[in-house]
Design a protein around this ligand. Structure first.
Ligand code: R5P
Length: 311
């Protein structure tokens, strides 16, 4: 088997390689002056089971093209099987028609990935589980939950915690963690008056005197978490932390989190954290390389991946 990385998150690719006690296959991904992308694989991959690691995070289109072009190169170099390891699957939020004459870009991207040569996909916390069905190839959607549960247990011990879903769409995810932690559940009724803006309407559930832990798949502008944290504290929460799988953190999101009443944002490294995120005293990063590395090992050995979550 071979591991190969595009450029979106090399530190994560290297950490996965370390976990597997392997090295990354030598390759070159570069951009010409007109922004076209060029890829060259500098080792033989004929007949190999190849795992290409690339998050389609900012800049989403360039990173997506790197992945597609890398897989095209691998297919033409006669790789036996190609698994697209996409720790953060961008475009996932465009998973339905929200209005007339709008695209379903998540499906388009899934088609592009298959057409470029992927035989399987390995990803983490898809925005909606049913996006797996957009692929007609086997797709493993890993859960960040177990990594977070270990951290929550260590951090909060026996404190009374309430798991909070920051919007109605995240209830299933938050309830699953609440059950595993024996915690109560609360739900924030969030509305989006327009894309990129969020407003808290109501809080469903009792949070007074509790340490609240919000759970979300993505923190993008930080608006959802900042607004929800303020509403939870207004309702008497003692502390509010957030656990998020994908720290998209666009624009001035880090500053927004810093200025908010949120006590801590814990996110994984499916997206390479920016310098400002790493410097922030409110942001902590959990490594995903052990989970991704173990899933890759199991796929390569034809072992169960779902067993990873049997606990
Ligand atoms: C929305 O459904 C997602 O789960 C996140 O809540 C959302 O993407 C967060 O966006 P922002 O940080 O910009 O409020």
């Amino acid at each position: 088997m071979k591991l190969i990385s595009c450029n979106a998150n090399r530190p994560l690719s290297e950490a996965i390689a370390d976990y597997l006690d392997m090295r990354l296959t030598r390759s070159e991904v570069k951009t010409f002056a007109d922004q076209e992308i060029f890829v060259r694989i500098d080792e033989n991959v004929r007949g190999e089971d190849v795992f290409v690691i690339q998050s389609t995070s900012y800049p989403a289109n360039d990173n997506l093209m790197q992945l597609l072009i890398m897989m095209d190169a691998l297919r033409r170099a006669s790789a036996r099987r190609i698994t697209a390891v996409i720790p953060y699957f961008g475009y996932a939020r465009q998973d339905r028609k929200t209005d007339g004459r709008t695209p379903i870009s998540a499906k388009l991207v899934a088609n592009l990935i298959s057409a470029s040569g992927a035989d399987r996909v390995l990803t983490v916390d898809l925005h909606a589980g049913q996006i797996q069905g957009f692929f007609d190839i086997p797709t493993d959607n890993l859960f960040g939950g177990p990594v977070m549960i270990d951290d929550i247990k260590e951090r909060f011990g026996r404190d009374k915690i309430v798991m909070v879903s920051p919007d109605v769409g995240g209830v299933v995810r938050a309830r699953a963690l609440a059950n595993k932690l024996n915690a109560d559940l609360a739900i924030v009724d969030k509305r989006r008056p327009e894309a990129g803006k969020s407003e808290v309407m109501n809080i469903i559930g009792e949070v007074k005197g509790a340490r609240c832990i919000m759970l979300d798949d993505i923190c993008d502008s930080g608006g959802t978490l900042a607004n929800a944290a303020a509403a939870l504290k207004d309702q008497g929460a003692v502390s509010v932390s957030a656990y998020v799988t994908h720290g998209v953190l666009s624009g001035n999101a880090v500053q927004r989190i810093e200025k908010s009443v949120l006590d801590e944002l814990v996110m994984t490294d499916t997206i390479q954290p920016s310098e400002s995120a790493l410097k922030s005293k409110k942001i902590r990063v959990l490594p995903m390389s052990p989970l991704l590395g173990e899933a890759i090992r199991r796929i390569a050995n034809e072992e169960s991946v779902s067993k990873l979550f049997d606990r």
